[in-house]
Design a protein around this ligand. Structure first.
Ligand SMILES: [Zn+2]
Length: 109
C-alpha cells in the first residue's frame, strides 16, 4: 500500500476517524477519500493501523497477470519470455499488497 502524504504539511499520514474522514497525524488536516481522486486503476485502502493509502485495483492486477501469463505461454524468444514473467510478478505483488490491505479478491468479470 502507498500511504497518502498530507499535502498541507508534506510530512504526515492520514489516520481514520469515526466519521469516515482521515486526520493528518502531523498537522491535523482533515480529508475525506471521496474528495480526492485517484488514477483510474487505483483504489483506496486502509491498513491495519488505520492509515489511509491506495493500491492497484485487484481487478486490474488480475487482468495484467492473465495477459502476462498468455504472453509468456506464447513467447518464442527469451527476451519476451523474461519480460512477460517480470510483468506477471509485478502484477502479482500489487495484487498481494491489495489483498493484505483488506481488499477482496476480484470476482470473475
Ligand atoms: Zn499534515
Amino acid at each position: 500500500m502507498h500511504k497518502i502524504v498530507c499535502a498541507a504539511c508534506g510530512t504526515g499520514y492520514f489516520h481514520v476517524r469515526s466519521d469516515q474522514g482521515f486526520n493528518c497525524d502531523h498537522c491535523g488536516s482533515l480529508i475525506y477519500p471521496r474528495d480526492v481522486s485517484l488514477d483510474g486503476s487505483e483504489v483506496w485502502a486502509v491498513d491495519s493501523a488505520g492509515t489511509l493509502g491506495h493500491v492497484k485495483d485487484p481487478a486490474v492486477s488480475r487482468e495484467e497477470m492473465t495477459e502476462a501469463l498468455e504472453e509468456w505461454l506464447t513467447s518464442d524468444d527469451e527476451t519476451s519470455e523474461k519480460y512477460a514473467l517480470t510483468t506477471f510478478i509485478n502484477a502479482a505483488i500489487e495484487l498481494r499488497d491489495a489483498l493484505r490491505a483488506g481488499l477482496p479478491y476480484p470476482a470473475d468479470a
